[in-house]
Ligand binder design. Structure first.
Ligand code: WQD
Length: 335
């Protein structure tokens, strides 16, 4: 049975990926420092799959702890989610973002190099494209100067991995996520934003639940169908399954280069107002919102061209926006 390390495995996307890995018969070991999640997620994963993943509470910024982990643990692959991911916060604390997002990546890659471990999957983001010149966004779209230290840490991370693959016979895949939303059908795991949600969907569901007074829609003067910004909202379970597909590609040595990257989205763009309307339909709730000014750093529109990911990963999304929003609402009602 192949053993896979999942860093950040108790986080939103990480926990959903651990469930899919276990469903596929992989043995999973999780590293998570609980900086953006809670230990209860480990029990929730166990309830869903009936198998408790091995768990280590390690801060990946501490090199000696990373070395010690790899001294005692052999793995057949690594899926690296662990990172800080709040765009706005990264502008306030760039150095903490680089220390965590880049530092932990380097330490893990050094251990893989020294111990000849292979098969590395990296959590990247469509943020690397900035505002793409053409839509939908293909993998050929140029990487643009990052708008935030968070986005920059993803760009630098990809470059570090690419250079490591070249120098050290490592095989890696970066998955460039669009906007992950929703929750597992069991409603035992989902998005757990700590504090005031930065992302749209948790703010929508918390507003519908009466936790937030109203949703602020950041701008309705964009050149889009209704003036509000457009994104590609992908169900987190579909996104999790893309990681399994990428891992299998590496384990079966089907990759065509030692470093590859794929856009992982649905291929459909939805505006903020379209999301609100779909949420009201899916939840039966009317949402309290107001239009305010644009948010600093936001782009007008982003949605994926999924041709290459569909073909090369033999993967495609199975759930649509309505299902994702319905699951997000059910998850909110559980909180
Ligand atoms: C979506 C849309 C907002 C909140 C970021 C990162 C990306 C990934 C996901 C980590 C935008 C609008 C939002 C609100 C609003 N992060 N909005 N009111 O900015 O597309 O992507 O989060 O992995 O890398 O860049 O996601 O959910 O913040 O915003 O109107 O209260 O909703 O302006 O148009 P974003 P988001």
């Amino acid at each position: 049975m192949k053993r896979i390390l999942v860093t950040g495995g108790l986080g939103f996307i990480g926990s959903h990926t651990v469930v899919e890995l276990q469903n596929e018969g992989f043995e999973v070991v999780i590293i998570d420092d609980l900086s953006n999640t809670t230990i209860s997620v480990l029990d929730s994963i166990t309830e869903i799959t009936g198998k408790k993943p091995e768990y280590h509470n390690i801060d990946l910024r501490v090199k000696k702890d990373v070395v010690q982990f790899f001294e005692h643990n052999k793995v057949d692959g690594v899926i690296h989610f662990a990172a800080f991911k709040a765009v706005g916060e990264s502008v306030q604390n760039p150095l903490d973002y680089y220390e965590n997002n880049i530092g932990s990546l380097v330490y893990i890659l050094q251990e893989m190099r020294d111990r000849k471990l292979d098969n590395f999957i990296f959590s990247s983001s469509c943020t690397v494209y900035g505002q793409a010149d053409e839509l939908p966004i293909t993998e050929n779209a140029p990487v643009k100067k990052a708008e935030s230290p968070y986005g920059n840490s993803k760009q630098i991370g990809e470059e570090i991995i690419q250079e490591s693959c070249k120098a050290h016979q490592l095989n890696a895949i970066a998955l460039r996520y669009f906007n992950p939303i929703g929750a597992h059908e069991s409603i035992k795991i989902g998005e757990l934003p700590l504090g005031v949600p930065q992302n749209l969907i948790p703010f929508v569901t918390q507003t519908a639940a009466g936790i937030r007074k109203e949703l602020s829609v950041f701008g309705d003067d964009y050149p889009t169908v209704d003036g509000t910004a457009v994104r590609d909202y992908i169900h987190v379970v579909d996104l999790a399954k893309a990681h399994i597909a990428a891992l299998q590609r590496l384990l079966h040595k089907n990759n065509k280069q030692n470093f590859e990257f794929f856009n992982v989205g649905t291929g459909t763009g939805s505006s903020v107002l379209e999301v609100i309307k779909a949420f009201e339909k899916a939840s039966g709730k009317s949402l309290n919102y107001k239009i305010v000014g644009r948010r600093e750093g936001d782009i007008t529109a982003a949605y994926a061209d999924t041709t290459i990911a569909n073909r090369e990963l033999n993967w495609k999304t199975e759930k649509n926006l309505d299902e994702a929003l319905a699951s997000a609402w059910k998850w909110q009602q559980q909180q």
